[in-house]
Design a protein around this ligand. Structure first.
Ligand code: ZN
Length: 252
């Protein structure tokens, strides 16, 4: 199967990196739907929303685990920033609120979750490591989600530990990141070492073998990739410097 790579893929897809150094350059371009049907105002990209719903069903967390914040427009992020700056001061705001233009929430791929309580802190919701939230954490990566800002990785992510913030990167990337203990920044760095279709990063799970490569930006325009016969592939941008191609063999 031939795949033709185009520049458009650099800024789209589930592996898009948005952090203090890398802004979101254009709109997410994904169709947004409610993260959960009971919360019509909290939106997520449709693929992320469907997987969140499935994960919550799997742990029977629907009702006990609630979405607090999903997709935000640039304007909403600006309002949250201004509001927190006025109420909490600069140090707190810089630690817990992303600069407008630099929030993952603008991609529609990030969701803040909370354990259901009468009062929920909007900026720092309670999402513990035990109980139903702990159960959700155990299976989240099966459904494409990772805890995006873990403790001990603050220097890499530029964001303080946020136990409530989950990012949809899609399976199998979520499994690999979790098993290897990698943040999205580190995972993209790892993939940078696999630019060649003949020597992809390989991952085996659920009886399937996945091949993953990161085609560097400077060589990718209209490049033709000859994928193995019978394989399907999915593409995504990363940090804007190339396209990640994931391919696997579909069952006959
Ligand atoms: Zn968040």
């Amino acid at each position: 199967m031939d795949m033709v790579l185009t520049k458009e893929w650099e800024k789209r897809g589930n592996l898009i990196l948005v952090n203090g150094r890398v802004p979101l350059e254009e709109d997410a371009g994904q169709r947004m739907i409610p993260a959960l049907e009971e919360y019509p105002d909290i939106l997520l990209a449709w693929e992320a929303a469907l997987h969140l719903r499935r994960a919550l069903l799997a742990v029977c967390g629907d009702g006990e685990i609630v979405p607090v914040s999903g997709y935000r427009s640039l304007r909403e992020q600006q309002e949250i920033w201004d509001d927190s700056l006025a109420k909490n001061g600069e140090e707190f705001t810089r630690s817990f609120v992303a600069l407008p233009g630099h929030s993952e929430h603008q991609t529609g791929l990030a969701i803040d979750l909370a354990l259901k309580k009468d009062e929920i802190d909007f900026i720092r919701p309670d999402f513990p490591y035990e109980g139903i939230c702990g159960e959700f954490r155990k299976i989240a990566s099966e459904y494409g989600f990772v805890e995006r800002y873990p403790a001990g990785k603050e220097k890499i992510t530029g964001i303080a530990h946020e136990p409530w913030h989950f990012r949809y990167v899609g399976y199998p990337h979520s499994r690999i990141m979790e098993m290897e203990g990698l943040t999205l920044e580190e995972y993209l760095e790892l993939l940078r070492g696999y630019p060649d279709l003949c020597r992809p990063f390989r991952f085996q799970d659920r009886g399937k073998t996945y091949g993953i490569i990161l085609v560097p930006g400077n060589t990718q325009e209209n490049e033709k990739l000859m994928l193995p016969t019978g394989s399907v592939c999915k593409m995504s941008g990363g940090d804007g410097q190339g396209v990640i191609v994931t391919f696997w063999e579909e069952e006959q």
